[in-house]
Ligand binder design. Sequence first.
Ligand code: PMP
Length: 386
Amino acid sequence: MGEQYLRDELSRIEAAGNLRHLVPAAHDGCEIIIDGRRMLNLSSNDYLGLGADKMLRKEFLAQLNPENLYMSSSSSRLLSGEFPVYGQVETMLSRMFGKEAALVFNSGYHMNLGILPALAIGNTLIIADKLVHASIIDGIRLSGAEYCRFRHNDFSLLENILERSHRRFDRIIIVVESVYSMDGDTADLQLICRLKARYGNVLIYVDEAHAFGVFGENGLGLAEAQGCLQQTDIICGTFGKALASVGGFTVCSNAVRDILVNRMRPFIFSTALPPVNWMWTAFMLGRMSGLKPLREHLASISLQLCNKLKNKGFKMVSESQIIPLVVGDSQAAVKLASALRDRGFYALPVRPPTVPNGTSRIRFSLTANMSGEHIAALSEAIDELA
Ligand code: PMP
């Protein structure tokens, strides 16, 4: 009885065609197996294919020693949960990025939920791109700071807001992503850095979740690729995508790190990830600069699919491994995803409210363990179905 309102709500979600289910799945390389059906997994964030790499796992596991291997940190780092490996990962990160400091978090979600409330002290304005991730929106809301959002990638609007507001606020934090997860397009970080340089009270916060490991000479992300690592104050990323691990991080100044350690609630009030996870992250980070061939292969198959869709007349803004095929109508997107599954391609339809009305799409997320032949076969299926 008491839960009837929940069943009513579920019925409403179902009637709107938006009911979600967890589906049991098995994984094998770049394939996913659901209900006994083996399909190319076009919905994974394992961008470099490292999560699927058995040799890497074997190599890592072979060097572990149960004597000093902890499967839990058993408390927050500020209590007794501090282990040497956290500091080792942070030192690796700050050296790789050439930044003063780094801090790691339990997830990218924790990272975005906690950083803005910790930094938005006093009279702060947060200005965010309209398409930033839900975790950033939640962080902005929790911060209680005044905020506004500018039309996606419209930097003349950002400039207007900065010009209008910089005198009224003690500080402004500009928040953007580098690669956007629904369109696969990128931000002009150099331009944002130039805008920031005009004012004394602006910080830039960039979430590189979909670019870390994928872009830049050493895989550090788009700020590296665009040559603005040093001008970008707070660079964030996750380890759960290209790095095939779990957790989030920021590279920043000592002052930012110290404030986060003292004020960031998801950092302070949650048990730190197990040391074994951070050992794996350190192992993967150590390999990152040598992964250029994988990054180049991913860029090449991404271009192959983008060109294919462009030639078919689809509007294409993607500049990354995330490539949407925008169909428009939600039902049409669901139908196309189902037809693609029947042909062995697992790609999910994305519908409002995740994307704007009329832009329902199939979102292809490519990984470096796919071959040019996989993309050619997908292109053939698209030719027949779309
Ligand atoms: N930032 C962005 C841009 C994301 O897309 C995501 C998750 N997909 C996150 C943060 C959250 O990261 P995590 O999965 O590590 O919690």
